[in-house]
Design a protein around this ligand. Structure first.
Ligand code: GLC
Length: 406
């Protein structure tokens, strides 16, 4: 069975790491995957290393905006990507298209109007309150050929919006997973990285790992960390990740200048992107995730699997992974005082920390393994293909009608 994976960007962030995990583990006896994505960024090379065929396609420029001139540019970019993808689908005749984001799903569904293959939208994002979000929901609801995998129940709820009825049974939640062979406790690597980064023995290493972008709340974390240092001075903060999109380079500059202004420049290390994230997770004494919105939060599961305790904001998908004071520590989103307090509390209670970390590891092993994921995904493909096969005649007509109205 031929599966065309389409990713609208070539940059690698959480959604692409999930895609790479799927590609590396997929049952190649039954499924023949190939990837279509823009050549810019490291996705092409990484997929290629997994022995997956990759074909380039123009990068899709499309963001939520209120600016009409930008919207027009995005529409043009969308139409181009759509045309190119349609050509590829006609050439390759895949049995199914797995579109790895909401944007990819939109392009793929629109590109294949009148063609046969079902389109799986892999929902890794939350739709913001915006009229375009309502249009996306409507389009998805009207396309009977499209089904969705949501990375958390929070994402499923958000995507459904108020249009519950038509989308309800077409969205399945498959919680993300990680490669447990890669993420596991490793004291040797912990020592090596601490040495490389020249930490002193008593340093308590707090870290945050993810794209540098306001949504991840690194700026607020810096401020909370400043407060926490008053109580627990032997701490350092590692900020791991790089700006990838939009104007996030400016945000990185703000993080740097804020650390200096707060007088904690020597306590904060901005490491940039690392390709040894597992070693970083093994090194941290505490992972902090201070996101303002988080569809899932792969880094949480990665840290848990390494037996690293996690302190996170209870937002969107995160409470589906962490149970407060059971396998991690949750604080209300946006509450800097609670964040600072949480850091201090956990830094001072090694036994409590170890207990949470140990339960976290067990939780990750039991619920977030790649093996479990691939079983769920294969079953999803099979059941959907069966169902969609029998519906395809009817839904093609419906989507064609929508296209004509649009
Ligand atoms: C996106 C989301 C993140 C999720 C990842 C994988 O990057 O922002 O929360 O973990 O996709 O689904």
């Amino acid at each position: 069975m031929k599966i065309l994976f389409y990713n609208h960007t070539g940059q690698v962030s959480g959604a692409e790491r999930m895609l790479l995990m799927i590609l590396s583990r997929m049952d190649r006896q039954t499924f023949e995957p190939f990837l279509v994505c823009p050549p810019e960024g490291s996705l092409t090379k990484m997929a290629f290393q997994l022995g997956v065929k990759v074909e380039p396609l123009k990068s899709l420029e499309a963001r939520f905006t209120w600016r009409v001139d930008h919207l027009l540019l995005y529409v043009v970019s969308f139409l181009k990507a759509m045309r190119e993808l349609r050509r590829k689908v006609k050439n390759h005749q895949p049995d199914l298209i797995h579109a790895n984001s909401i944007r990819s799903g939109l392009v793929a569904t629109a590109a294949t109007i009148g063609l046969k293959p079902p389109v799986v939208w892999h929902l890794h994002d939350l739709l913001p309150p915006h009229p375009i979000s309502s249009l996306i929901r409507l389009f998805a609801a009207l396309s009977g050929r499209s089904v969705m995998i949501a990375v958390s129940a929070a994402v499923a709820r958000n995507f459904r919006g108020r249009l519950s009825s038509p989308l309800n049974e077409r969205i399945s939640v498959i919680l993300n997973a990680i490669d447990l062979d890669k993420f596991q406790p490793d004291h040797f690597s912990k020592r090596r990285i601490r040495k490389e980064l020249r930490f002193r023995e008593p340093d308590f290493v707090v870290g945050t790992v993810g794209q540098i972008t306001p949504r991840k709340g690194q700026l607020e974390l810096l401020r909370a960390f400043r407060v926490a240092l008053n109580e627990s001075p032997n701490m350092v903060l590692l900020i791991v990740g790089a700006p990838l999109f939009n104007r996030d380079h400016e945000y990185l500059d703000t993080l740097r200048s804020t650390a200096t202004k707060l007088g904690i420049g020597n306590k904060v290390r901005l490491l940039g992107a690392r390709n040894d994230v597992a070693s970083i997770m093994q090194t941290l004494d505490l992972l902090v995730v201070n996101s303002k919105a988080e569809p899932f939060g792969l880094v949480i599961v990665e840290a848990m699997a390494c037996e690293t305790p996690v302190l996170a904001a209870a937002v969107d998908g995160i409470p589906e992974i962490i149970q407060h004071n059971e396998n991690g520590w949750l604080v209300s989103p946006g509450d800097e005082a609670a964040l600072a307090e949480g850091i201090v509390k956990l830094s001072r209670r090694p036994e409590h920390r170890a207990r949470l970390a140990n339960r976290g590891m067990q939780h990750a092993e039991a619920h977030f393994s790649a093996d479990r994921y691939l079983v769920d995904l294969h079953a999803f493909y099979r059941s959907r293909l069966k169902k969609l096969g029998s519906q395809s005649a009817e839904s093609t007509t419906r989507v064609t009608e929508v296209a004509e109205v649009a």
